[in-house]
Design a protein. Structure first.
Lengths: 384, 228
């Protein structure tokens, strides 16, 4: 059967979709996905030289709606203050692409979507995907859009893992990268937290080995998973500053198990709202993809032996002082490898008490340096 | 060190003169990257920077420069041997905890090293200490003893001696007097150490280091047999 790439407006969400018909996406696990689709958003215009494209890779639970309202939550895009006309990632100047990763739950092929072979949701029949697989699918989208070389690939957290994978697998297709709060590998502690989250989902009776019904989803399990994860995205100092030991809607403690403390009520709210927008099975797949990520051995080899292919890249690494999920020292491991190999690598550590989530927040020093890096490097590639 | 201070720029011009075109350079303590910009523009060099102050680092990165936030005393180990033609350290050696190890690290990662530093042997400083009996505060060294970032004071003579003891070869040394006059520092002359306000040294690993040969044959040298 003939291979076909269809690019069109999506009918479910206000975004675009690319369908790879009769394509077989080979996965790292040895499995493959047939006839898959990627839902994506673009902002701004691709210039005639096709030299102004920026790919933004989203984190664990984000999606393609980076710069405009999310159709499910109705809230502003997850990086709304960063992406848009005259914003730090200026869509008057750059053509921004953000796609929902394969295995995600905002329309790209994943466990929630219908398997054409039996007309049922994939659920746990969906093959395990890795960061490498996500990036392979993104590369196919970028190719389909006719872009040979991305001006920049930007990502934080799980997005940062994708950034490193781009550098490893498709170095000739990128001019620069911004790697924010990531690491060479998912740490033991991070795998441990993910495992607790997954166990919370899988021990919810509604989970039903992944075959849950639309009106009977494992919401409690998923909410608990989100509550745990949310703590890891903040810092002790930020939690204290925000809530201290303040009580929620009461003057005295209840001597019971209600949400006496504000922090409890906050976490419950985070869990509750999360289940409205995220699929439990997809959460299992996404966390697993992060756990499996480890380029400790491959990155030095690629930097050494494929030197000609990746020498031109300007690598920019950013970390946050209070991030204990992807701490500065883990980000520095990447810099060591790049320095050892004599690459063009820049690095800064932003002082903040807001933890891992700092990349999503209004951190002026962080925002300014991202804008400055892009602006100056764009001038450099335009000049050359 | 505050690199935005106008007074440190005299040495930058001199440093540029010491570097040929199209060289790989590392500027340690690069501040906001002014020297990097000049070297890249005027000497077509491929210059990278290392700077401890995050605010300066971000300004340099926003200019498109390749700069890492880091500490010269901790982070030089990550660079490979001989990965630069020149490694520059301007006006910060006296602020290091272990200046000698930093210098040796610089010589490991670079073919040549350029350092500039304020000379504590200047006659005005000597006179001030002698006359007032207190630690001198000057235009070049404007801090009180209890708040100065300059924790290791040394003179040109001290520096020359350390180079000799550590097998570091001085290729060139230039002095800048208070009036801005530049001249070659004469190793023997005592005058240089008195009038130089600011010194710039071009260093390399000592040229007289014997070639390392893997063979274990004994070679006779004079009356002694030495193993090479």
């Amino acid at each position: 059967m003939e291979k076909k790439i269809e690019l069109k407006k999506d009918i479910i969400y206000p975004c675009d979709v690319v369908k790879f018909v009769n394509f077989k996406l080979k996965l790292e696990s040895g499995n493959s996905i047939n006839n898959f689709q990627i839902k994506y958003k673009t902002y701004g215009k691709l210039n005639s030289e096709k030299s102004n494209a920026i790919l933004i890779c989203h984190a664990l639970t984000a999606d393609q709606f980076v710069g405009d309202p999310n159709p499910v939550t109705k809230k502003p895009g997850w990086w709304n203050h960063m992406v848009g006309p005259y914003k730090p990632i200026d869509t008057e100047k750059y053509f921004v692409i953000c796609s929902n990763v394969i295995g995600g739950c905002m329309g790209s092929t994943g466990p929630k979507e219908i398997n054409e072979e039996n007309n049922l949701p994939y659920a746990l029949n969906f093959p395990t995907v890795t960061i490498k697989d996500m990036v392979a699918a993104q590369k196919m989208l970028v190719d389909a859009l006719g872009i040979k070389k991305l001006f920049s690939v930007i990502g934080a957290s799980m997005g940062a893992m994708q950034v490193l994978q781009w550098v490893i697998d498709y170095p000739k297709s990128v001019n620069s990268v911004i790697h924010i709060a990531g690491a060479l590998k998912h740490s033991t502690q991070n795998i441990a937290f993910h495992e607790v989250g997954r166990q919370a989902i899988m021990s919810d009776p509604n989970w039903n080995k992944g075959n849950y019904l639309e009106d009977q989803k494992p919401e409690r399990g998923l909410a608990v998973a989100r509550m745990i994860a949310h703590i890891t995205y903040l810092s002790e100092k930020a939690l204290y500053r925000k809530f201290g030991r303040k009580l929620q809607s009461r003057d005295i403690i209840s001597f019971g198990f209600d949400a006496d403390f504000q922090v409890e009520s906050y976490l419950r709210y985070q869990g509750k709202t999360f289940v409205d927008r995220f699929d439990a099975n997809s959460y299992l797949y996404m966390t697993r993809a992060m756990d499996y990520f480890d380029v400790t051995n491959i990155l030095p080899k690629v930097m050494k032996f494929n030197s000609e292919d990746n020498n031109h890249i300007h690598y920019f690494i950013i970390s946050f002082t209070s991030d204990w999920l992807f701490p500065t020292n883990e980000n520095k491991e990447i810099i060591k490898i790049l320095n050892k190999a004599g690459k063009k690598v820049s690095f800064t550590e932003i002082v903040t008490d807001k933890g891992h989530d700092s990349f999503l927040l209004d951190e002026p020093e962080f925002i300014d340096v991202v804008a400055g890096f892009l602006e100056s490097n764009f001038k450099i590639i335009k000049g050359s | 060190m505050d690199k935005s201070a106008k007074s440190v720029r005299k040495d930058w011009l001199l440093i540029q003169k010491l570097i040929e075109k199209n060289r790989k350079v590392l500027d340690i303590g690069c501040g906001e990257g002014e020297l990097i910009e000049n070297l890249n523009k005027n000497k077509q060099s491929d210059t990278k920077g290392l700077e401890i102050n995050g605010e300066y680092v971000r300004k340099a990165i926003s200019k498109g420069l390749v700069v890492i936030q880091g500490d010269a005393e901790k982070d030089l180990y990550q660079y490979d041997d001989e990965s630069f033609d020149y490694v520059i350290l301007s006006q910060t050696l006296q602020a290091m905890y272990s200046p000698k190890s930093v210098l040796l690290e610089m010589l490991r990662i670079g073919g040549k090293v350029i350092v500039s530093f304020p000379n504590f042997g200047h006659w005005k400083i000597r006179l001030k200490l002698l006359a007032t009996g207190r630690m001198p505060i000057t235009e070049k060294l404007p801090y009180s003893w209890y708040e100065t970032p300059n924790i290791h004071f040394f003179t040109i003579k001290d520096f020359q001696e350390m180079c000799m003891d550590s097998n570091i070869f001085i290729e060139k040394s230039i002095g800048i007097s208070e009036s801005g006059r530049q001249f070659e520092i004469n190793e023997k002359s005592l005058l240089s150490n008195l009038i130089v306000n600011e010194a710039i040294f071009l260093l390399s690993k000592s040229g007289i280091e014997p070639i390392k040969i893997k063979s274990k044959t004994l070679v006779s040298s004079g009356s002694q047999a030495i193993q090479v």
